[in-house]
Design a protein around this ligand. Structure first.
Ligand code: CMP
Length: 137
């Protein structure tokens, strides 16, 4: 069925000038851009967004990274877009994410305590609705 998902171009993607290239790949696969904005996140939003990671060793570096610059938030729609975008994004670790994926082609290890991996995509319909409520409140 038709789904929607939250895509974030994280601060590394925006600062490296990759926003257009990343959004173009998602559009080229056939998904439809339904909403788009530039967001300066705050701690409260990030604590909600990353609620399952609160307390993990990488949580604080992750929050600092997500506060380090603007983020581009997008809603994409289409049949199977949640799984389809995650496949296009590639594995969490950009060092080993497959070539042909966004993280595999554009990402690398920059030596920080957090994986700077360019994009986020919701992992289920429930997560998508919850996350869209945070970023497109
Ligand atoms: P994302 O899929 O947006 O959700 C959690 C983020 O935390 C993830 O992308 C990475 O940026 C980061 N992350 C996840 N696991 C680790 C880890 N083991 N070490 C460092 N950063 C991580």
């Amino acid at each position: 069925s038709t789904e929607r998902t939250l895509v974030l171009v994280k601060p590394d993607g925006v600062s490296r000038g990759l926003t257009g290239a990343i959004l173009a790949r998602i559009e080229a696969k056939g998904y439809v851009l339904a909403d788009l904005k530039l967001v300066h996140a705050n701690r409260e939003m990030l604590e909600q967004h990353y609620e399952e990671h609160v307390g993990k060793p990488f949580y604080e570096p992750l929050v600092e990274f997500m506060l380090s610059g603007p983020i581009v938030a997008a809603t994409f729609e289409g049949q199977g877009v949640i799984a389809g975008f995650r496949s296009l994004a590639g594995a969490t670790d950009p060092t080993t994410a497959a070539p042909g994926t966004i993280r595999g082609d554009f990402g690398r290890d920059w030596g920080l305590k957090v994986q700077q991996n360019l994009v986020h995509g919701s992992d289920s319909p429930e997560s998508a609705e919850r996350e869209l409520g945070i970023w497109f409140a």
